[in-house]
Ligand binder design. Structure first.
Ligand code: ADP
Ligand code: MG
Length: 682
C-alpha cells in the first residue's frame, strides 16, 4: 500500500514531464491528486438508439461498423476519415479529423460504443469525432458517469482520470473525520466511499451524494476549527475592567449616538467587565457609525490603563481614523499615534519607541502594526476595521502582540450570511441596524455616454452649492487592451477641458503614501472640488461634504464594491447622488446595475452579488481571508453549512480534546486548512 503523502511520481505513467504538468495544478502527492475533484460530470450511462439521438445533445449509442474506414489526405496536416455505422434503428456517417491511427481500430463488422453529438440538417445527420470503445473493453470513456477535471496545458482529462484511479487503487482515502453518529444523523457517506464516488460515481445520484459529503466535510473542518479557537480563548482569563464610565467620552462627542451605537457600546462594556477576552464583531451597513463604537471601546481600554490598537486595511483609512480619533480623544488627555508603512524610517522608529514605552495609548495603523518590530507595552484591545479585507489569521497575528487582548472586529457589512458565519463563526455579534438621523437614501442612476453633458452639468451644480464630488475610474492608466476610463487621463481631461475653473484632484493606489495623504487631506478640507480616484477610496473614507459619486464603467465593479463606493456619499445632512455610467449593452449586466439603483439595502445587494460572482470575486480582487474551499459553493450550500456547524459545535463539546483516531485526524485537518488560508491559530 502507498501512503497519501507519497509523490505522484510513484504512479505508472507519471514521469518528470507529467509531474510538472500536475504541479501546475498544485498536485504533488497522492493526496493532492485524490483531492483534485471533478468540476462536473457527463452522464454517459444511458445507451440511446440511433434514431433517438438528438441534434447537438451528446449521448452514447451502440453501433456496428458498416464499412472499412477510409482516410483521405486533404493537405499537409489535414486527414479526414469517414466511416458508416448502424444499429437496428438507423445509420449514421461518422467523420474524424486527423485521427487516422485511432480510426484504424474500427473494424468492419464489429460493434462499438460511441459517444458524441449528432449534427444535422435536411440532407441528413452525421457526427464528428465521437469517442468510442469496443463493446468488450472496460468502460473508460463510455457507459459511465465521466468526471470532468480542471485541467492545464498538456494534461488531458483521461490522463488525470487514469492517475486518480491508480491512486485510489494503491492507497487508502483520507481518514474519516466525521463521527459515526453525525454521519448517520445527517445521512452522509463514509469517507472512503465518498472519495471513491466523487471520482468514479456509478450514477449521477452517487456523484451528488459524494459531493454533499465532501462539502459537509469542508464546512465541518472549518467550523470545528473556529469552535476550537473560540473554546481555547474562552478558557483564558483577564482582569475585569474596573471602570466602564463613559460620561467624559459621551460629553466629547459632537452628536448624540444612535440607539444601535449605544447598544453596541453597552455590549462591549459588559464584555470588558467579564474577566475573559472579548471576541466581538460590530456589523453595520456603510455609514452606520462603527468608528465611534470602536472609539468608545478604545477609550475604556485606555481608562483601565491599557493600550488599544486599531488596524485599517488602507493607509488612507488609517490616516482618516487617526485624524478623527485624535480630534475626539486628545482633548480627553489620550495620546493617539499613527503607524503606517509609508512613514519615514525615522518617524516609524520614534512612533515604535513610544508604543514600546507605553506613552502612545491609542495606536492607529495599517498592517505595519503586525510587523515584528512593533512591540507594545501593554496591548489590551485590538480593533480591526473593515475586517473582511484581512485574512482570518491576521487578527490573531495582531492579537499575538498582547497577552490575550480583547478583540473587536468591525466589518463593512453587509456580507451574506454564509460568509459571515464562516468568517466570524467564532465571534459574538453586535449589529448597527440604524443610520444616524437625517440621512436620506442616496439616489442612484444608471446612464450611458449620451448623458455626459448632463453629468458634467450636475457636477458643476453640486460644486456651485458648496459640495464636492468623487469620480471613480476602473483603471489608473490607459491600457491598449481595455477601453476603460483611466483616472490619470480622465482627471487631466476634466481639469483641462471640462472644468478649467474648478479644482480637480487625482488619487490612486500607485501614489506614494505621503502624496495620497496630502491629496486626501486637501479633499477633506474642501480644497478640492472634484476628486478623480480609483477604488482606493472604496472603504471607510468619510468626507460628509461630498454629495456626488460618479462611477465610470460601473459594470467593471462588483455590486458590493459599488455599494461601498456609494457609501462614500450621503454621510452628511445634504441630499446625495450616485451616477453609474456604463456603455455595456449586456442585458444581465444592466440588470445587475439597475438592482443597485433600486435598493440601498446592503444586505440584499451582497446576497445578489455573491450569487452572481461567487465568493472568490466577492470582495473584488483582494483576499477575502477565507480558506480555499475545494467543493463547497458559498452561495448555495447554506443548508449544509448550517448542518455542519451544528454538528461540529456538538463535536467540540463532547470530543474536542478526545484522543481517538478520528478526533486526531480532524485536528490535523483543521491545522492543514488554516495553514492553507494563511491563518495562524492561537
Ligand atoms: P462606518 O460605519 O461606515 O464606518 P463611520 O463611523 O465612518 O461609518 O461614520 C459615518 C459618518 O457618520 C461619520 O462622519 C461620523 O462622524 C458620523 N456619525 C457617526 N455616528 C453619528 C451619530 N450618532 N450622529 C451623527 N453622525 C454620526
Ligand atoms: Mg468605517
Amino acid at each position: 500500500m502507498a501512503r497519501l503523502s507519497d509523490p505522484i511520481t510513484i504512479l505508472k505513467g507519471i514521469g518528470p514531464t507529467k509531474a510538472k504538468q500536475f504541479a501546475q495544478l498544485n498536485i504533488f502527492t497522492l493526496e493532492d491528486l485524490i483531492c483534485h475533484f471533478p468540476r462536473g460530470y457527463e452522464d454517459r450511462t444511458r445507451l440511446v438508439p440511433i434514431e433517438k439521438l438528438e441534434v447537438d445533445t451528446p449521448a452514447c449509442f451502440k453501433a456496428m461498423v458498416m464499412n472499412t474506414p477510409r482516410t483521405a489526405h486533404i493537405r499537409k496536416g489535414l486527414d479526414i476519415t469517414k466511416v458508416t455505422v448502424a444499429d437496428a434503428t438507423g445509420r449514421l456517417n461518422l467523420t474524424f479529423f486527423n485521427q487516422k491511427f485511432t480510426t484504424e481500430q474500427l473494424q468492419y463488422g464489429r460493434e462499438y460504443i460511441f459517444y458524441g453529438a449528432v449534427s444535422g440538417d435536411f440532407i441528413g445527420y452525421s457526427m464528428t469525432s465521437p469517442v468510442f470503445e469496443a463493446v468488450d473493453s472496460p468502460p473508460l470513456t463510455t457507459r459511465r458517469v465521466l468526471p470532468i477535471y480542471p485541467l492545464t496545458a498538456g494534461l488531458s482529462n483521461a490522463s488525470v482520470l487514469k492517475a486518480v484511479r491508480q491512486a485510489l487503487a494503491i492507497c487508502d482515502a483520507p481518514a474519516e473525520i466525521i463521527p459515526d453518529a453525525v454521519r448517520v444523523e445527517y445521512g452522509i457517506l463514509p469517507a472512503d466511499r465518498a472519495y471513491q464516488a466523487i471520482h468514479e460515481p456509478a450514477s449521477m445520484q452517487e456523484a451528488e451524494m459524494a459531493k454533499r459529503r465532501l462539502i459537509f466535510e469542508e464546512f465541518f473542518v472549518f467550523s470545528a476549527g473556529l469552535s476550537l479557537m473560540r473554546a481555547k480563548r474562552a478558557t483564558k482569563k483577564t482582569t475585569p475592567y474596573a471602570t466602564t464610565d463613559l460620561t467624559p467620552f459621551y460629553g466629547a462627542l459632537p452628536f448624540t449616538l444612535t440607539g444601535a451605537q449605544t447598544r453596541a457600546i453597552l455590549e462591549i462594556a459588559a464584555d470588558l467587565q467579564r474577566g475573559a477576552p472579548m471576541n466581538r464583531l460590530v456589523q453595520g451597513d456603510v455609514g452606520s457609525g462603527k468608528t465611534m463604537v470602536a472609539a468608545a471601546a478604545a477609550y475604556l481600554a485606555i481608562q483601565n490603563g491599557h493600550q488599544a490598537a486599531m488596524m485599517a486595511p488602507t493607509e488612507i483609512l488609517a490616516e482618516q481614523h487617526y485624524a478623527s480619533l485624535s480630534k475626539l480623544l486628545t482633548p480627553l488627555g489620550i495620546s493617539v499615534c499613527l503607524l503606517t508603512g509609508s512613514m519615514t524610517p525615522k518617524n516609524k522608529t520614534l512612533t515604535r519607541d513610544s508604543i514600546a514605552s507605553g506613552q502612545a495609548q491609542l495606536i492607529v495603523g495599517t498592517h505595519a502594526l503586525v510587523s515584528d518590530s512593533t512591540v507594545f507595552a501593554d496591548l489590551g484591545l485590538v480593533i480591526t476595521d473593515e475586517q473582511h479585507r484581512f485574512g482570518v489569521g491576521q487578527r490573531s497575528a495582531l492579537a499575538g502582540k498582547g497577552s490575550d487582548p480583547h478583540l473587536l472586529v468591525m466589518s463593512a457589512t453587509p456580507i451574506p450570511r454564509t460568509l459571515a458565519l464562516l468568517m466570524y463563526g467564532d465571534l459574538d455579534v453586535s449589529i448597527l441596524d440604524e443610520l444616524p438621523p437625517g440621512r436620506e437614501p442616496v439616489d442612484t442612476f444608471l446612464v450611458d455616454e449620451s448623458y455626459r453633458a448632463r453629468i458634467n452639468n450636475f457636477i458643476r451644480k453640486q460644486v456651485a452649492e458648496g459640495h464636492q464630488c468623487y469620480v471613480v475610474c476602473p483603471a489608473v492608466a490607459e491600457n491598449d487592451n481595455l477601453d476603460l476610463k483611466a483616472a490619470e487621463v480622465w482627471a487631466e481631461t476634466l481639469q483641462q477641458t471640462v472644468f478649467p475653473d474648478l479644482r480637480v484632484g487625482l488619487l490612486h493606489g500607485q501614489m506614494k503614501g505621503a502624496e495620497k495623504d496630502a491629496i486626501m487631506s486637501a479633499f477633506a478640507a474642501g480644497q478640492t472640488d472634484v476628486l478623480v480616484a480609483t477604488t482606493v477610496i472604496e472603504v471607510g473614507v468619510d468626507v460628509p461634504n461630498a454629495t456626488l459619486m460618479v462611477v465610470e464603467d460601473a459594470d467593471r465593479f462588483g455590486l458590493s464594491q459599488l455599494h461601498q463606493l456609494r457609501g462614500r456619499v450621503g454621510r452628511g445632512k445634504a441630499k446625495s447622488y450616485c451616477i453609474l455610467t456604463s456603455h455595456n449593452k449586456n442585458n444581465e449586466t444592466l440588470q445587475r446595475l439597475r438592482a443597485l439603483c433600486k435598493t440601498t439595502d446592503g444586505f440584499k445587494i451582497a446576497e445578489e452579488d455573491l450569487r452572481l460572482r461567487g465568493p472568490g470575486d466577492f470582495f473584488g480582487s483582494r483576499q477575502s481571508g477565507l480558506p480555499v474551499f475545494r467543493v463547497a459553493n458559498l452561495s448555495c450550500d447554506l443548508a449544509t453549512l448550517k448542518a455542519a456547524q451544528q454538528a461540529s459545535a456538538r463535536w467540540i463539546d463532547t470530543a474536542g480534546t478526545a484522543d481517538t483516531p478520528e478526533a486526531n485526524a480532524l485536528r490535523a485537518r483543521i491545522a492543514q486548512l488554516f495553514a492553507r488560508s494563511e491563518g495562524t491559530m492561537n
